[in-house]
Structure formats: C-alpha cells, structure tokens
Ligand binder design. Sequence first.
Ligand SMILES: [Zn+2]
Length: 68
Amino acid sequence: MSEHPAEELLEQFALRRLSAASVMEIYRHIDVCAHCRERLQAEQAFVDTIRAVLRQVPDEPVGSSSSS
Ligand SMILES: [Zn+2]
C-alpha cells in the first residue's frame, strides 16, 4: 500500500472490523508513514471515547444464566 489509507479504512481499523490482511497492510503503511500513524491515533482516540460513553449504558442483562 503506497497510498495513504482512506479515513474510512482507519476507522474500520480502529473498530477492529478489518480482515487480518487489511490490518497488516495498514500496519505496514504506518510503519513508514508518521502522518497516518497520527491519523490512526486520532481515530483510535475517537473510538475509545465512543466506547467509554457506551460503557456507561448497560445494554446487557447481568446475571442471566451463563453456566457452562
Ligand atoms: Zn500515509
């Protein structure tokens, strides 16, 4: 991957929705591209913020039978 990955791709990366191959391509790119490393960090921070907000809203019933 010689071109900068698209914003959408970095977003998917941060959300861990990419395939292993795509993840490796991005890793390979940010290894040599400080610009995209920063973009990815910003994307990651955004996702972390969203996750932190979502975590405050309990959406899974606690205590449901989960014996295995
Ligand atoms: Zn780049």
